[in-house]
Design a binder for this molecule. Sequence first.
Ligand code: NAD
Ligand code: ZN
Length: 257
Amino acid sequence: MKTTTLINKEDKLVVLTGAGISAESGIKTFRDSDGLWENHSIEDVATPSAFTRDPSLVWDFYAARYNQILEVKPNPGHYALKQLEDHLGDNFLLITQNIDGLHRLAGSKNVLEMHGSIDKCYCNKCEKTISTADVIAHRPASNSKTERYPSILKNKHQWFKCSKCSGLNRPDIIWFGEIPYHLDEIIARLRECTIFLVAGTSGVVYPAAQFLLMAKQHGAKTIGINLDAPMNVDFIEEFHQGKSGDILPSLVKKWIE
Ligand code: NAD
Ligand code: ZN
């Protein structure tokens, strides 16, 4: 893998990852083909108004995502970034748009999950936090049961009700229209980084799509890895087209040897 970049220990590296880095672990990306996420439109499952309109549908979607993620493992792309962190220490920061927790599972420590995490929930009224595992433990086993017993259907929100108030537990995930986590820290780190690396993101979802340009305008060298050219490819100085699980390990090996 050809790279014109040298990374030394004094460099301040910020990495941004998206759904593409987890694709080789078996988790589908967002815009695989038709703009749908696992056959659902964003409007139906990933907005605050979707949860107000039909919380059961939203929960069916995230319970399926949660159960799927329990089955998957980090891939060589995640592990290569952990190796880079071991090399750079506190000069390394990983920002991810992913909610799957695979970077943490691979051992990465300096990670900001700007869109939250599938393994946590909070009440939409009193904000009491709870693990997704604890919420899902109360989920009725099968939908056929609710169809046969209308009384269960009437109380169909019961299983994800908050234990403290009349609110509903929801996934601790940033939905479209909500403000991402850690933005102040992210912006401060983008201002001072010397290298910005972006992997597996389409460059379509804002504000994350803006980080590349922000870092570049503050003088960082920009490197990108993606299966297809992302929307903001014009701001990437060194672009590697392909799978992050193939490309990242060999690049990282060159950078840290
Ligand atoms: P996206 O789905 O819009 O884009 C994914 C990008 O990854 C595409 O440009 C694609 O070409 C590229 N890609 C696919 N396979 C790849 C591979 N093996 N190696 C490198 N690149 C690959 O994803 P996004 O830009 O992250 O935006 C999606 C939003 O949806 C995010 O906000 C995220 O929170 C959410 N999401 C998360 C997950 C997850 O946690 N794993 C999965 C789907 C969606
Ligand atoms: Zn509550």
